[in-house]
Design a protein around this ligand. Structure first.
Ligand code: MG
Length: 282
C-alpha cells in the first residue's frame, strides 16, 4: 500500500459508513469496515465479501466493532450506552467483540477497533480497574488472531488515554486517532493531542467538526472535511512529523443523506490528495 493511501469508512448492514460501492465509484482503494450484525458474520459471508474486495481491488485495513443499544444522541447517552464501559452489557459485549475479532480474522484483517466508552477518569475508581481487565482480555484474544486493537479517540483527553493504555500493559493496544472527535466531545485540541499520542497512532480518521459552546456538555457539530476547526493541513503535517504512513480514512457520518455523504467524501478525497502532493509524506 502506498503511503497515505486514501480510505473511507464503510458499512454493510450496521454502522454509519457508506456502502462499498461508493468507495469503488470514487476510486478509493482502502476501507475500514463497521462489523456487520451478528447474523451476517458467517464464514460464507466473509468469503463473499473477500471476493468482492478482490474484484474491486480494495484493501480492508480495520474492522470496527459496534453493539446493539449504542446511541450517540448526546454526550450523557454515549456515556451510558457506548462500548465496553456500561456495566450491564459489558460481559456480553466483550464476548461479541471477540466474535467480531474472529470475523475480522476470516477477512484476513489484522486490526480491530472500537469506541471503548467513557473510561472513569479516577484511576482509583474500582470500575477503572475492571475496564483495564476487560481491555486486556480483548487484547489477549486479538493476539491469538495476530491482531492489534485500536481505540478510537474522543471520549478521553490525550493524557487519560495514554495513562489507560499504559495501565493495560498490552503490547497490541494502539490508537485510531479521530481529530474531529476531540472537538465533538470537547476533550482537547486535536493537533497537540496527536503529537502527544503519536507513538500509539496506527490508524486515523479524516473527519472535521466545530466546537460546542459548552465543550464536554453538548456536542460540537460534525462538518465536511476542511470546513470545521480541525485545520486539515496542520493535521496532515503532524501525521508526517510523527512518522505516520498508513491510510487516511475519511469518515462522514450522515447516512440519512447518501447523496450528500458521497459528494462530501469525494470532496474530502480530493482535498487529501491535493495536500498529500504538497506535503510529500514519503
Ligand atoms: Mg471516527
Amino acid at each position: 500500500m502506498a503511503v497515505w493511501e486514501i480510505g473511507v469508512f464503510t458499512s454493510i448492514d450496521a454502522g454509519l459508513g457508506v456502502k462499498l460501492e461508493v468507495a469503488q465509484e470514487l476510486g478509493i482503494r482502502t476501507i475500514q469496515l463497521h462489523a456487520p450484525h451478528r447474523g451476517s458474520r458467517s464464514p460464507d459471508n466473509a468469503e463473499r465479501f473477500l471476493a468482492k474486495l478482490d474484484d474491486l481491488n480494495i484493501e480492508l485495513t480495520a474492522v470496527f466493532g459496534g453493539f446493539e443499544g449504542e446511541s450517540y444522541a448526546d454526550i450523557p447517552t454515549v456515556a451510558n450506552t457506548v462500548g465496553l464501559v456500561p456495566e450491564a452489557t459489558r460481559v456480553e459485549r466483550l464476548q461479541e467483540m471477540r466474535e467480531i475479532a474472529d470475523f475480522a480474522r476470516l477477512l484476513g484483517c489484522g486490526v480491530i477497533a472500537l469506541h471503548l466508552g467513557f473510561v472513569p477518569h479516577d484511576r482509583n475508581d474500582p470500575s477503572y480497574q475492571q475496564i483495564v481487565e476487560v481491555t486486556r482480555s480483548l487484547c489477549d484474544h486479538a493476539l491469538q488472531n495476530d491482531q492489534s486493537v485500536h481505540l478510537e479517540t474522543g471520549q478521553e483527553t490525550a493524557d487519560a488515554l495514554l495513562a489507560f493504555i499504559g495501565d493495560t500493559k498490552c503490547d497490541n493496544l494502539f490508537i485510531n486517532f479521530d481529530p474531529a472527535n476531540m472537538i465533538l466531545y470537547g476533550t482537547g485540541e486535536p493537533i497537540p493531542a496527536l503529537e502527544q499520542l503519536g507513538p500509539y497512532v496506527r490508524s486515523v480518521h479524516c473527519k472535521d467538526a466545530t466546537w460546542s459552546d459548552q465543550p464536554g456538555n453538548t456536542w460540537g457539530q460534525e462538518m465536511p472535511l476542511g470546513q470545521g476547526q480541525v485545520d486539515i493541513e496542520a493535521y496532515l503535517r503532524t501525521l508526517k512529523a510523527i512518522g505516520y504512513t498508513g491510510p487516511l480514512t475519511i469518515e462522514r457520518e450522515i447516512p440519512q443523506e447518501p447523496e450528500r455523504q458521497k459528494a462530501e467524501i469525494e470532496y474530502a478525497a480530493n482535498l487529501l490528495a491535493k495536500l498529500r502532493s504538497e506535503i510529500k509524506p514519503g
